[in-house]
Design a protein around this ligand. Structure first.
Ligand code: NAD
Length: 347
């Protein structure tokens, strides 16, 4: 199958080419790498392709899907877990199949969240910059023991549970909020499930691991931030819009939030994943956050490990093969949660 892989960087190409080779001669796919993100203006780059492969900031809205469908594209393969950027209703109406990678490495994201906590708490970035400048003083670098602190986990699915287990290893007390509590996790690490308000009130460190949808957009808004323990740390490796950035800026200014580690940002589209170092940053809120000594921003890189990239490529190519097999009338082999919307061609 000819697949246009949008928004690609060298690390995507390397993973996809390696996994495509692993499929063996005659079984691999024809991969067309496109650096641009998918949008109405870049759709035509998928000319001659039966599938497009997209990432978190590609715009897979109705108008884009309609144009892709008219061009003969029948499969949208997300090389990520979240699918908030796809108009699933439009895909279903058209009969376009949509697949994703429900799980690649929960460890990659959970470990990055922990990395943000450690770096913020022990002020590692500031300390490194200081000693490189020949300044070996310790003033302003005081952190706190994670041992004995309360960590709030919002969303205890694959990544949240992995994160919770790591934090348990630090000797933290875990409080969790999830409409579907994981009773095995509760028994394993003593996680206490409670309402969101209680999690907000008790957590010294609060970490978000929920998907972005209508009910979780601005989950941390001004009112929620106001309920947090004064000086608590907020970590977001989920999706940027889980937090109302304007409210977070106010909470950081007032000291209600003591520190923030953000791997995702509400307005990251068009900024993250690209080199803007020679330009003036047009986003004043992001510029402000980047100036704060108690804020650490990474460019949506929590997934970026060798293991995760390999698994992403492997699952995506396997989904494309399964889709092809379905079209050919041979039994598809695809896990239920890998399919978001899967409608056979021609139906
Ligand atoms: P998952 O489906 O395994 O877990 C999500 C959990 O959130 C589920 O247990 C669900 O019940 C819970 N949930 C849903 N709505 C909720 C709500 N309103 N309040 C509390 N809990 C709620 O997903 P996962 O694999 O753990 O991934 C979580 C999210 O992490 C993804 O949706 C994606 O947006 C994000 N993610 C980010 C990166 C990155 O690089 N930063 C990488 C992968 C995933």
């Amino acid at each position: 199958m000819r697949i246009a892989v949008f928004d690609t960087h060298q690390y995507d190409r390397d993973g996809f080419l390696e996994c495509n080779r692993e499929l063996g001669p005659g079984s691999g796919h024809e991969l067309v790498f496109v650096e641009a993100r998918l949008s109405e203006s870049t759709c035509e780059r998928a000319e001659g392709c039966a599938a497009v492969c997209v990432f978190v900031n590609d715009r897979v809205e109705a108008s884009v899907l309609e144009r892709l469908w008219a061009m003969g594209v029948r499969l949208v393969a997300l090389r990520c877990a979240g699918f908030n950027n796809v108009d699933l209703g439009a895909a279903q109406r058209l009969g376009m199949a949509v697949v994703r990678v429900p799980e690649y490495s929960p460890h990659a994201v959970a470990e990055h969240a922990v990395g943000l906590i450690l770096a913020l708490n022990r002020k590692l970035v500031r300390a490194h910059a200081r000693v490189r400048d020949g300044n070996f003083s310790l003033d302003g670098l005081v952190g706190f023991d994670l041992y004995g602190k309360t960590v709030g986990v919002v969303g205890t699915g694959k990544i949240g549970a992995t994160f919770a287990r790591i934090m348990r290893g630090f000797g933290c007390r875990l409080v969790g909020y999830d409409p579907v509590p994981d009773r095995a996790l509760e028994a394993e690490i003593g996680m206490v499930y409670c309402g969101l308000e209680q999690v907000l009130a008790e957590a010294d460190v609060l970490s978000l691991h929920v998907p972005l949808n209508a009910s979780t957009r601005h989950l941390l808004n001004a009112a929620a931030l106001e309920r947090m323990k004064p000086g608590a740390m907020v970590i977001n490796t989920g999706r940027g819009a889980l937090i109302d950035t304007t409210a977070l800026v106010h909470a950081l200014r007032s000291g209600r939030v003591g520190a923030a580690g953000l791997d995702v940002y509400e307005e990251e589209e068009g900024i993250f994943f690209e080199d803007h170092s020679g330009e003036v940053l047009g986003d004043a809120q992001l510029a402000w956050l980047l100036m704060c000594p108690n804020v650490l921003v990474t460019s949506h890189q929590a997934f970026l490990t060798k293991e995760a990239l390999h698994q992403i490529a492997r699952t995506t190519l396997a989904s494309a093969s399964a889709f092809e097999a379905q079209l050919a009338g041979t039994a598809p082999k695809m896990a239920a949660d890998q399919r978001v919307v899967l409608t056979p061609l021609g139906s």
